[in-house]
Design a protein around this ligand. Structure first.
Ligand code: DG2
Length: 248
């Protein structure tokens, strides 16, 4: 049996402000840093060690990983970063407040934009300064491969090849793996691992800064999964994520 640990980054500044973030490179809040530290301490207390860690190229995931590894006294852990683990690109919604957007367009529409599997928000124009083609870290990626918006299906299409080419082989070689990423890039990975339907993934909400353990069989099929933290706290945090898209 293999164990894989997934972790959404700690609270970011735009999580705090309840804004659609996507590929915007916002940092962690103080609370987010503390969540990452506590996650590392919890992993250490439970006896987890890692041979390799993976993260997106966005600083909220990278800093979460650094802080958690620091808390574990394991900053030497080899780390691989990829844009394929970035958050789902939220298109023209990036920067908007989720509750204000719901007040304007309705809770139903915002739920579609946040959770519909195959419907993407409006795309950024190619000359929009927020378009990833203006960001040097993506200069090696052909412009036609760079997203200007994504639905979860698009995110699955770029996360799963990275899983298959880099993460899964590391696990099968016997390495203990930690992945620090985002609400929706992790939902994409979970949908694939658990072979979930397009409808069932709608109800999955991932709290910030909580280690999620997947136990996998020899074919990397999930046996079970569980969060390491306090169950009531995690339930409440998942419900809070679900409620972020409501007008209130
Ligand atoms: C959030 C997820 O991404 O938002 O892009 O706004 O995990 O990087 O904070 P993260 C965003 P929802 O899809 O849950 O609204």
């Amino acid at each position: 049996m293999y164990k894989l640990v997934l972790m959404r980054h700690g609270e970011s500044q735009w999580n705090l402000e309840n804004r659609f973030t996507g590929w915007t490179d916002v940092d962690l809040t103080e609370k987010g840093r503390e969540q990452a530290w506590q996650a590392g301490k919890l992993l250490q207390k439970e006896g987890y060690t890692f041979d390799v860690a993976f993260a997106s190229v966005l600083k909220r995931a990278i800093r979460t990983l650094w802080i958690a590894l620091d808390a574990m006294d394991a900053m030497h852990t080899p780390t691989r970063l990829s844009w394929r683990l970035n958050e789902r690109h939220y298109g023209a919604l990036q920067g908007l407040n989720k509750a204000e957007t719901a007040a304007k367009y309705g809770d139903e529409q915002v739920l579609i934009w946040r959770r519909a599997y195959a419907i993407a928000p409006n795309a950024l124009d190619l000359d929009d300064p927020r378009h990833p083609c203006f960001d040097g870290r993506y200069s090696d990626i052909p412009v036609e491969e760079l997203p200007a918006t994504e639905c979860l299906q698009d995110t699955v299409a770029r996360v799963v090849p990275y899983w298959a080419e880099h993460i899964a082989p590391a696990i099968l070689e016997g390495r203990k793996v930690l992945v620090a990423a985002h609400g929706n890039s992790l939902r994409a990975l979970i949908k694939h691992l658990d072979d979930m339907s397009d409808d069932d993934i709608v109800g999955v909400n991932i709290p910030t800064g909580q280690p999620l353990v997947y136990e996998l069989d020899e074919d990397l099929k999930p046996i079970r999964h569980y969060y390491l933290g306090d169950a009531a706290e995690i339930e409440a945090a998942m419900a809070a994520v679900a409620a972020q898209g409501k007008a209130k």
